[in-house]
Ligand binder design. Structure first.
Ligand SMILES: [Zn+2]
Length: 272
């Protein structure tokens, strides 16, 4: 369990590490369907694949927001650090006011429920994009897998506690929603702004460090590969132009840094 605390103006933030999944090089190479696996391996070089899960916690004027919930009790071994991270901040899940779901992949939402199906963040309002809700209700409804049927029933039962937002909406003072569609239809991040400082959480805009130099490589879990490429290009360029502190969910903990550009190629500069 690791926690990295930072302030954006008056807003207190922390990156909570849910865990780090060991990724073997062959399975990483197989995840880019429009690239030959040896080319992925070459881009990876001697470096290890990224496999962290970095959750953003925000306290804006007393409103406590958690962006995604990790695997909770349902992940591979070594997961579950989010609850320990909250505990180290003196908080329990019932203290969270808003759970913002960036998208509905298991590594972001599995920890939403107890094994009995109760919502763990029992006092929170649940916030996501309408397009995300619609995509997954439809995907789960057309799947016969038990886990999908269970998710469908559990989330539908909580429908009244969800608030649907659109890009630009402020969910708390200085915390607004950013459209990142492509990875999923309603994939969204958060922009934290206070006192002239900013943090942009871009979640699953990309999954491996070598994608900065290869932004047109498709990723096997992207719902719409072409839109994902357009969104990567647009958001990374924005990060460069604005010199903005950026957070990625899957890069090495804490996943914070800045994007720069040289000769048209994007470069990741982890915060030291
Ligand atoms: Zn993810």
């Amino acid at each position: 369990m690791s926690v990295h605390q930072l302030s954006i103006g008056d807003i207190k933030c922390a990156v909570l590490q849910e865990g780090a999944a060991f990724m073997d090089r062959d399975s990483v190479s197989a995840r880019y369907p429009n690239v030959d696996p040896p080319d992925v391996a070459a881009a990876l070089g001697d470096s290890e694949p990224s496999g962290s899960l970095n959750l953003l916690f925000i306290n804006s004027g007393g409103t406590r927001i958690l962006a995604d919930v990790g695997f909770g009790e349902f992940g591979p071994s070594g997961m579950g650090g989010t609850l320990q991270g909250l505990d180290s901040l003196g908080l329990s899940p019932t203290d969270v006011d808003i759970v913002f779901l960036t998208h509905f992949h298991a590594d972001h939402i599995a920890g939403f429920f107890t094994p009995e199906g109760e919502a763990i963040y029992s006092n929170a309002v649940f916030v996501t994009m309408q397009a995300e809700w619609d995509e997954w209700m439809s995907r789960w409804a057309s799947s016969s897998a038990e886990a999908d049927q269970q998710n469908l029933a559990r989330f539908k039962a909580l429908r009244q506690r969800f608030r649907f937002v659109k890009a630009g909406d402020e969910i708390a003072p200085g915390v607004s929603v950013v459209d990142l569609q492509g990875h999923t239809h309603g994939h969204a991040g958060l922009l934290v702004e206070s006192g002239g400082e900013r943090l942009l959480h871009v979640v699953d805009l990309l999954h491996q460090h070598f994608q900065f130099a290869n932004i047109d490589w498709h990723f096997s879990f992207d719902t719409d590969s072409e839109i994902a490429v357009q969104t990567r290009r647009r958001i990374l360029q924005h990060c460069v132009d604005e010199e903005i502190l950026t957070l990625f969910y899957h890069l090495d903990f804490p996943g914070l840094g800045k994007v720069t550009q040289e000769d048209g190629t994007f470069i990741w500069n982890p915060a030291g």
